[in-house]
Design a protein around this ligand. Sequence first.
Ligand SMILES: Cc1cc2nc3c(=O)[nH]c(=O)nc-3n(C[C@H](O)[C@H](O)[C@H](O)COP(=O)(O)OP(=O)(O)OC[C@H]3O[C@@H](n4cnc5c(N)ncnc54)[C@H](O)[C@@H]3O)c2cc1C
Length: 433
Amino acid sequence: MTPARVLIIGAGMSGLSCAYHLKRDFLLLEREGEPGGLSRSIQVAGFTFDHTGHLLHLRHPYTTRLVPRLLKGNLLTHQRNAWIYSHGVFTRYPFQANTFGLPRKVVKECVEGFLEAQMVHIRGRPSSSRISFHEWVLATFGNGFGRHFFFPYNQKLWTVPPHVLTAEWVAPFVPRPTVEEVLTGAFTDQTKAFGYNATFSYPQRGGIQALAWAFARRLGIRVRYHTEIVQIRWKRQEVVLSNGERLRYQWLVSTLPLPRLLETMEELPSSLRRRAQQLRWNSVLCLNLGVARPHVSDKHWVYFPERQFPFYRVGFSMNFSPYSVPPGCSSLYVEFAHSPATQLDRFQLFPVALQGLYRSGLLQRSDALRVIQWLPLPFAYVIYDRHRTPAVKDIFNFLRRQRIVSIGRFGAWKYSYMEEAILDGKATAEAIA
Ligand SMILES: Cc1cc2nc3c(=O)[nH]c(=O)nc-3n(C[C@H](O)[C@H](O)[C@H](O)COP(=O)(O)OP(=O)(O)OC[C@H]3O[C@@H](n4cnc5c(N)ncnc54)[C@H](O)[C@@H]3O)c2cc1C
């Protein structure tokens, strides 16, 4: 094969999209034996599991045309049915717009704190780029919402205290209801849809990986699986594979997690090594359960802010597609976040998780589990602390000069979703072409 002008590392959504939009002169290298990265699916005993819920939030006109075309009609669209479980009751997502049903004291604290925060900020809102997430929550929603949802939930998800996080990532992920909406949602069961993911799509068959395969099938032999990059000799514009083979490039598009990319680059200047050490992230352990009972819940997913529950979210894949479970069965994914430096003890965690599922009524003690499967996600959420943005800026300035483009959720080191990965891949292909 003649050398490719562009080498792409990683066949996740961003690498696949970059290759698809380049059309020619590329070679896509993937360590695993199949495409998809985090957007892969696993079939076990008739159940289809993803690497925790992976739902398509398509808002851009381009992806809303491309994805259905690639999937050739293999796509279902849903109105989100997401909830929060706290104080022993389920309330609608988002918490800040739907306190109806919570104990009166909790509703009062949330609404009072919210109104106080609104009064203070009639004089001017703080910019989310300069303050901590803790300060941003107090200024935007007040102490009640902070104490009853934002602080405990985000501490559990990000694994660092809210004052360590910046507020750079909050748009579009945290909906901001108006005063009227907060009050309506405190006194009535408000069903209004909020946020970027109020509707979502999901493949009818094949799990989320159906989309990765739809891309990959169009790329033919220019994808090499079981091919791991172990070193990047950037001064010679060459990569070294685990089998010792060397490949030259004119452009290198990497979707590796940024710290891993920098580790593989030989002779990296020490200032950049120091920057790389400042990048922080969390890991997620996903517990997939196949349950021998139909319709264990009608919900799509539920958030758990309280510390008594070791997981931060539980979702129900059979409500994304009925074909993700065998007839008469249900399926749950249970998400636990942890620091990459600590491994969770699955034997200790499992009974505690089951107790939590029983206590919230999502499972019954009589439920038979047909499948119990653990999936570790070593890179899950990039931690936005005060070092992240200056470090990323310096690293990207350097990479650009070496004709290395680092894209995707972990390549660009950001909080993003599959649609953005597809658009990043397209934009990179166009810039290179
Ligand atoms: C818990 C969780 C839930 C999420 N839920 C959603 C959701 O509901 N909706 C949504 O849109 N997004 C969701 N996302 C985000 C989504 O997963 C990402 O935006 C998207 O999958 C990122 O794709 P990517 O190509 O950038 O990276 P990845 O999917 O990580 O792809 C990187 C690829 O590089 C390969 N690779 C790694 N090292 C090497 C090497 N040395 N050599 C060769 N190949 C290598 C990997 O095997 C992988 O295939 C979620 C993410 C997490 C963590």
